[in-house]
Design a protein. Structure first.
Lengths: 204, 344
């Protein structure tokens, strides 16, 4: 089988590659084959690695422009839909709020919890989600894996790390038990979105 | 009256003419409103009457109403957004010429940059409504390839993405590291997918892409002399030499914009400044240097005041009347300048 030809670029300590097998496999593992199809339909996967490995989904037109940049010795600051971050350790992929919203709008919520208005307020200040705030739960859910945080309006308010293995375990928790650790919430756009004082994702 | 092309040393010529126009009325008016003398002398030259200068200066003392653009990339019904904000105590008024946008007549709580709706990317918040106009003038289509040359923090970039329904391509360029963070944050928050963001001096874009873009927006870095309503330091911050330094940078960027656009494509030059040095005198210089561009009429979005064709005894190209000026005392928004160019 011939090796896949990959378009690569590097500048300023950032290396980028237009190839996304690993990302697509992770999306399928987390959200199912239909979610993978949704992501594939959004375009080509671009992975740029420096301090972090960031994932973007870009159209064919944008991929051509990026290939031109690579030839000139440049890499983009950001491109297309920001899809999330790749990690070496579990969770290996932290999907962005934008990607989760696209997946949930297309194939319905999964790996997610619905959270009350009272629970969203502290979450948007960086706090975790407690049992008493959870109004709905969407399987599959795995302990230590990512989980989408949904408001009652259907919008994604952030991403957490699940503290439970299945939705059925929720009934065994007390009101103040932690269901999801805050990894990213949209309050970041106010707190740190324009300044480097917060490391965006709260996992090492 | 001397033709622009025949003025040798523009800086010296204008310095002499502007300071020569500072009389007792100019000095006392500058003192009364807290401006540098030379600024008032220029307003009198550009507006033509003391009465109108006073109207402008009084308008600059009034607070500017913030505006929001409902982000249809995320919101299906802008009416529903208005209802959600209404529940927070906001009173919004629709903007007649931009159907997805509103001025905030009464502020609710929390502030407009801290509501859940803002964080969810349901709207973009503007200091004033004039920033909504450049994307409507350029009016990019989903099939366009657009260059936004000084893009951060992204109000116009995200507006163009909305007009393009997240299709086509926008290459958004800015040189500032801090402002790029703001741009990226806004792109992500608003769910924009068709923007390729580059941290780069906009003047270097032609080296990378050549003539590649069907439309170019150059919302040029400027002294922001049209934003006195939101920043009173603008009354005194800019010396005449600073204006000419800004003009040199603007000419360099506009030449790069012209180099970046394909034949038959459009370049929109805009500033949030009412200083002719950063506006008509930039266009005049580029028209002098290039014979492949011409000024074309602006679409009938608002009743623009015509661009200046005379300034302190200099006869500027006639086609500059097709450029547009926005003044707070006439248009009830921040001061702005727009000029649409077409490449032959």
């Amino acid at each position: 089988m011939p090796a896949e030809k990959r378009v690569r670029g590097a500048a300023g300590g950032i290396k980028c590659v237009l190839a996304g097998d690993e990302v697509l496999k992770l999306v399928e593992y987390l959200f199912g084959p239909d979610a993978r199809s949704v992501v594939e339909s959004l375009g080509t996967v671009l992975v740029c690695s420096g301090e972090f490995s960031e994932v973007y989904l870009v159209s064919n037109l944008m991929a051509d422009a990026i290939a031109t940049l690579f030839k000139r010795g440049y890499v983009p600051y950001s491109a297309g839909l920001y899809a999330g971050r790749l990690r070496r350790l579990r969770p290996k992929f932290i999907p962005s709020v934008s990607l989760l919203q696209v997946i949930y709008d297309s194939v319905g919520p999964r790996r997610a919890i619905g959270v009350s208005e009272e629970g969203l307020k502290p979450f948007l200040y960086g706090n975790d989600i407690l049992r008493k705030s959870v109004t709905k739960c969407y399987e599959p859910v795995s302990k230590g894996e990512v989980i989408g945080i949904l408001g009652s309006d259907g919008y994604v308010y952030g991403v957490g790390l699940s503290n439970v293995d299945s939705c059925s375990k929720l009934s065994k928790l007390g009101d103040l038990d932690e269901v999801a650790k805050n990894v990213f919430d949209i309050g970041w756009y106010l707190r740190g979105g324009t300044e480097p004082r917060e490391r965006k994702y709260k996992v090492e | 009256m001397v033709r622009y092309e025949l003025v040798g040393d523009l800086r010296s010529y204008l310095r002499s003419r502007i300071y020569g126009a500072v009389d007792d009325w100019v000095r006392s008016t500058a003192l009364r409103f807290g401006y540098r003398d030379y600024m008032i002398a220029r307003y009198l030259e550009a507006l033509g009457s003391r009465e109108e200068v006073l109207n402008l200066l009084k308008a600059f003392e009034e607070p500017l109403k913030p505006s929001i653009r409902c982000n249809t990339l995320k919101v299906r019904s802008c009416g529903l957004l208005a209802e959600r904000l209404g529940e927070l105590g906001y009173v919004l008024k629709g903007i007649s010429w931009e159907p997805t946008s509103f001025t905030i007549e009464v502020l609710g709580k929390p502030p407009p940059g801290a509501t859940h709706e803002f964080l969810l990317g349901m709207y973009y918040l503007y200091r004033g409504a004039a920033s909504l106009i450049p994307p409507l003038v350029l009016l990019p289509k989903p099939s366009d390839v657009v260059l936004d040359m000084a893009a951060a923090p992204g109000g116009k970039t995200t507006h163009m993405a909305q007009l393009m329904r997240n299709e086509g391509l926008i290459v958004a360029v800015d040189i500032s590291k801090a402002r790029m963070r703001a741009l990226r944050s806004n792109l992500e928050r608003l769910g924009v997918r068709n923007v390729l963001a580059l941290r780069l001096d906009g003047a270097r874009v032609p080296e990378l892409f050549g003539p590649y873009f069907s439309k170019v927006l150059l919302d040029a870095p400027c002294t922001a002399e049209g934003l006195v309503q939101v920043d009173k330091s603008r009354k005194t911050r800019t010396a005449l030499d600073d204006l000419f330094a800004a003009r040199e940078r603007q000419v360099r960027l506009l030449l790069a914009a012209v180099d970046s656009v394909v034949s038959g494509g459009y370049v929109l030059y805009a500033t949030c400044s009412i200083a002719p040095e950063e506006d008509e005198l930039v266009i005049s210089e580029v028209l002098k240097l290039r014979d492949d561009i011409s000024v074309v009429p602006l679409p009938d979005i608002v009743d623009f005041r015509s661009g200046l064709t005379e300034y302190f005894g200099i006869k500027l190209p006639d086609e500059l009347r097709l450029c547009g000026r926005l003044y707070p005392h006439i248009h009830c928004m921040e001061g702005f300048f727009l000029c649409l160019l077409r490449k032959e």
